[in-house]
Design a protein around this ligand. Structure first.
Ligand code: GLC
Length: 437
């Protein structure tokens, strides 16, 4: 009986404790919720925006990524590293879009991808996101490279153009002016090699990849030749001037001004040879300039527009990288905030000063801090003004693949320049006529 009585009491006490506990937890949760709702960053749901980019550059983005996240605690910017060759990154993006549900909100795009990605419907139309006056602040070639059929799909982040680097100390020592023509480049190289001033005369990107096509566009332009006319889709690769352009590359190997290894070199291999003082001339992009400031040849090199044939003019391949938004992104507003942050003058300036890349905003070419660090900028602007486009057609990736294969066959002596260009032209015509139907 006693036991029965005290168990009833116990039950009541327990019920009381439960009730107090329940109200306490509820109150605590409500207080937490109110706190979270008032904290900056918790008031909006945090989103993750992802972007895929070449490994080296992904690292270089980090300081700006951190700054962006501090400014926008509601956005987590995830930079995913890819291999360094542009076509490998393009393949990864392409595969993700073809499979559907691409994990990438932003597309860090080489200038040559725009027509293909836009035509496939993978990119959001960004026309009207910037006013005409705002767009006018960018270098025109870079804006043009983001357009497809009158619409804007890619906002330029950094510009690029191919150029000739030369050792002004060695040229002065041997009494030469910098070369203007292909023939002068060969003669000066041979002479300096014979005098023992350098092991090699000229290094260029001869590996079978996109860099080979980019470099060849400059030799084509300097030979008065063309690859594909984007308006008429006419193919010029089997014309005598284009064959002469291939023969110039072949001559650099037969005269031994270029090492046979160039047929396997991309940008970085050629940069290292130049920085280590092994060659007089180098074809490369502007990023080399700042890296070589910290090398044994510091203060001994200059840049100029690429050499060309007699009575022809220089061509600089227009390169460059910009940012687009995936059509499938679930967070296009947050993605646009990332673009706005990265393209603004302050960010581009920091990026250029830290990494030597060329800004896409014209104003920065006269910025005192940038010009103080990179006194080659006035010369660089001249190079950019002569920029030659790789054909802006949706089938560009396949056309470039065809050119790379046959050009590689010619420079490695497995096919004559005539045969190689005849085949490249025929295959390109087939590609363009098939995809035209
Ligand atoms: C540079 C250029 C790019 C080009 C690539 C080739 O990154 O900016 O446009 O396609 O080199 O390797």
């Amino acid at each position: 009986m006693l036991f029965f009585g005290s168990s009833k009491k116990l039950k009541k006490t327990l019920q009381g404790i439960h009730a107090i506990f329940f109200w306490f937890i509820l109150g605590f949760c409500l207080a937490l919720l109110t706190l979270f709702l008032h904290l900056p960053g918790f008031s909006q749901q945090s989103v993750t925006i992802s972007i895929l980019m070449r490994g080296g550059e992904a690292q270089q983005w980090q300081p700006l990524v951190q700054e962006f996240e501090q400014e926008h605690p509601e956005i987590n910017l995830q930079v995913i590293e890819a291999p360094n060759d542009t076509n490998q990154v393009e393949d990864l993006y392409t595969a993700s879009f073809l499979l559907g549900n691409s994990p990438y909100d932003l597309v860090f795009m080489d200038i040559i991808w725009t027509p293909k990605f836009a035509a496939a419907g993978w990119l959001k139309d960004l026309s009207g996101y910037l006013s005409p006056a705002e767009l006018d602040q960018f270098l025109p070639g870079d804006v043009q490279g983001g357009m497809y059929q009158g619409k804007l799909y890619r906002i330029p982040f950094r510009s690029d153009a191919g150029m000739l680097y030369y050792r002004h100390d060695l040229l002065a020592q041997a009494g030469y002016e910098p070369p203007e023509t292909f023939a002068e480049l060969i003669t000066i190289s041979q002479d300096l090699q014979q005098q023992g001033l350098a092991e090699w005369g000229y290094v260029w990107q001869g590996k079978q990849y996109e860099g080979l096509s980019a470099m060849f566009v400059e030799i084509l332009q300097g030979s008065g030749a063309f690859w594909v006319d984007p308006q008429t889709l006419e193919v010029g690769l089997d014309r005598p001037e284009a064959i002469a352009a291939v023969k110039f590359l072949q001559n650099t190997l037969t005269t031994k001004i270029s090492p046979s290894g160039v047929t396997t070199y991309a940008e970085e291999e050629t940069r290292r040879l130049f920085q280590n003082g092994k060659t007089v001339f180098l074809r490369n992009w502007p990023y080399v300039y700042s890296l070589a400031l910290d090398s044994p040849i510091a203060g001994k090199y200059s840049i100029k527009p690429m050499v060309h044939g007699e009575n022809q003019s220089s061509g600089a391949c227009q390169g460059g990288w910009g940012i687009g938004i995936s059509a499938s992104s679930k967070h296009p507003e947050a993605a646009w905030k990332v673009i706005q942050f990265f393209i603004k003058e302050e960010s581009q300036k920091k990026y250029a000063l830290a990494n030597g890349y060329v800004p896409s905003l014209k104003s920065l070419f006269n910025d005192s801090e940038i010009v103080a660090k990179y006194n080659h900028y006035p010369e660089l602007l001249k190079v950019l003004e002569n920029a030659a486009l790789r054909p802006p057609i949706p089938q560009y990736a396949q056309a470039s693949d065809i050119l790379q294969r046959y050009l590689s066959a010619a420079v490695t002596n497995t096919m004559s320049p005539e045969k190689a260009m005849e085949k490249a032209a025929a295959e390109t015509r087939r590609l363009l006529s098939v995809s035209d139907k």
